[in-house]
Design a protein around this ligand. Structure first.
Ligand SMILES: [Zn+2]
Length: 567
């Protein structure tokens, strides 16, 4: 009896793995789950919506603590090591013989031999943040081998392991849940809202209309036919996915939209390239999110969104045109990575008074369009946009809003409209800049009341240029203030323990470089934000030492502080 039950259970597990494998192009169960000792589970999946990017891997639980053993997901060799203060923090990359690379991020120390090798390389380069190509087979690993301790380094907001699977040749990041990890998932995605955009206008120059939906099991529908005030529309949904028995709201995997049973457009997050991940800003209603609202995901690509994750079944799948006054059925399928599905269905019908795209009265002549170069000049300001800068058209609003000493402050459109890349801002100073100060000019970028100093390069005509990725307020300033270095937990002539901490702050810009010396010897200093640290090593044996710290901002203002410390 017991034996039979066991077989049935085994059989069911076999079927579910087969189902995942059925439409997955990837080997199933090749990789083992990479965290040991902690409860198995994820707090974020591939495709979760994040500021300026999709989440590109799994965030594996480490019970909200650091230093859990991290395991090689399969055999291979250590191919790369990255150490950076933001992003991945301490990360390692393993190449596997079947053409995949796995990445492990936000780590603390690596296994001792690798840790020693990395430290030697950092000292050789006199640089803490490094991206090392490790010679093939120098560090071979076996499946399930201990490779590092988990941590909270880089851009991590709490202890966990960030785990990615990539195609080694193309470096494209693949959806790890398509590889059959044992993370039970029988729960269909949840839809929280459905909205409609009038596509005779820019999506950034309207508030979308809410279409009320009712849930019945995994089906959502609208009771009433939605009456269209336009002959051209697109849709977006609020949606999330959950695994079985976990509270975390993850990203959905795919959605397809049909009109009268004909597929129009679909997106599917099988893989995302790091060059594409910023298109998240085109996938969501950026304006709504910027203004404190929730994430809504467009079901069709905006005109400037060229990410490969979208498929268009008709010539212009970014919008739906309704030519007649008949009622039309809209049907949407939403999937997670394990093929759990929910659907939305409702009817639309055009009002006889609906505005028409063909009248073409709504797009002003001075609009900036995705796919085209745009520029404008006012007073001492010039702006240039590349064809890849915008996702949807806008009618630009650019003006001088305040008089500063070096230049006026200019409002360059509204930061709730996302910029993909290559927005060039040129500002010419109002007065002649003394030769000694010409390389101390920075561009101030103000977004949501937060000011940041950016590097600006002087042009032949005397203008200063910065290339940015955001609309906002821009002006020039002179920066002659050096960073401020403050000890954190030690004092001059005081004792230090195993770690020496200090803070470095600058008035406007980020820190370009920080170097520390013990008795004149360069030592390794790591940092996260304004917090810097030296892990006391063989360069600081027991006794009295001189610690010298130098910090430089992006325009070359340098400060130096010297302390006597006792180890
Ligand atoms: Zn992550």
């Amino acid at each position: 009896m017991h034996k039979k039950r066991f077989y049935i259970l085994f059989f069911l597990i076999g079927i579910s793995n087969l189902l995942i494998g059925q439409d997955s192009p990837y080997p199933q169960n090749y990789f083992v789950y990479p965290v040991d000792k902690a409860q198995v589970g994820i707090v974020a999946n591939f495709g979760e919506l994040r500021p300026n990017h999709w989440h590109m891997g799994l965030d594996c639980r480490t019970n909200a603590q650091e230093n859990y053993p991290i395991l090689a997901a399969a055999e291979g060799y250590i191919a790369k090591v990255k150490i950076e203060p933001y992003g991945f923090g301490n990360a390692l990359y393993i190449n596997h013989p079947n053409g995949f690379t796995t990445l492990y991020a936000h780590l603390n120390d690596f296994f001792p031999e690798l840790q020693a090798y990395v430290k030697q390389q950092q000292y050789a380069q006199k640089k803490w943040n490094v991206f090392l190509d490790i010679p093939k087979d120098l560090f071979k690993v076996t499946k399930g081998m201990f490779i590092a301790k988990s941590g909270n380094t880089g851009g991590s907001m709490g202890p966990h392991l960030h785990f990615e699977i990539r195609d080694t040749k193309t470096d494209k990041v693949l959806n790890p849940l398509r590889f059959g990890f044992n993370l039970p998932d029988k729960v269909a995605p949840t839809v929280t809202s459905l909205v409609l955009y009038d596509r005779n206008k820019s999506t950034y120059e309207q508030s979308p209309l809410n279409i009320p939906i009712i849930k019945k099991g995994n089906q959502y529908f609208s009771k009433d036919t939605f009456m269209l005030n336009t002959d051209c529309f697109s849709l977006a949904i609020g949606a999330y996915d959950q695994l079985s028995a976990t509270p975390n709201q993850n990203g959905i995997f795919a959605a397809t939209m049909y009109i009268d049973d004909q597929p129009i457009t679909a997106f599917r997050l099988d893989s995302i390239d790091y060059n594409e991940t910023r298109f998240l800003n085109a996938h969501i209603d950026y304006k709504l999110k910027y203004n404190g609202g929730k994430y809504l995901q467009h079901l069709s690509a905006l005109p400037g969104n060229t990410i490969a994750a979208y498929t268009t079944f008709k010539s212009d799948g970014s919008q739906i045109e309704v030519v007649d006054n008949q009622s039309h059925k809209v049907f949407i399928e939403v999937l997670d990575a394990n093929n759990n599905k929910c659907t939305i269905s409702f009817y639309v019908k055009k009002k006889t008074t609906a505005s028409s795209l063909k009248e073409n009265t709504t797009v002003p002549y001075n609009a900036w369009h995705p796919g085209a170069y745009s520029s404008t000049k006012i007073e001492n300001l010039e702006i240039k946009l590349a064809p890849s800068s915008l996702y949807d058209f806008i009618v630009p609003d650019v003006k001088s809003i305040a008089a500063n000493s070096i230049s006026n402050k200019f409002m360059v459109h509204y930061p709730y409209v996302p910029v993909h890349n290559d927005l060039e801002i040129y500002i010419t100073p109002k007065l002649k800049i003394d030769a000694s100060l010409q390389n101390k000019i920075i561009m101030l970028q103000e977004i949501k009341g937060k000011t940041e100093g950016l590097a600006a390069s002087i042009q032949k005509n005397g203008a200063y240029k910065s290339t940015v990725r955001s609309f906002g307020n821009y002006s020039l300033a002179v920066d002659t203030t050096a960073p401020v270095i403050t000890p954190n937990g030690f004092s001059n002539n005081g004792k230090v323990s195993n770690i020496v901490r200090f803070k470095i702050k600058d008035n406007y810009t980020s820190i370009k470089s920080c170097n520390a010396f013990i008795d004149g010897t360069w030592v390794l200093v790591g940092f996260k934000g304004e917090n810097f640290y030296y892990k006391v090593d063989e360069n600081c044996p027991a006794g009295k030492h001189e610690l010298k710290i130098e910090a430089t901002d992006i325009v070359g203002n340098t400060s130096t502080k010297t302390f006597t410390i006792i180890k």
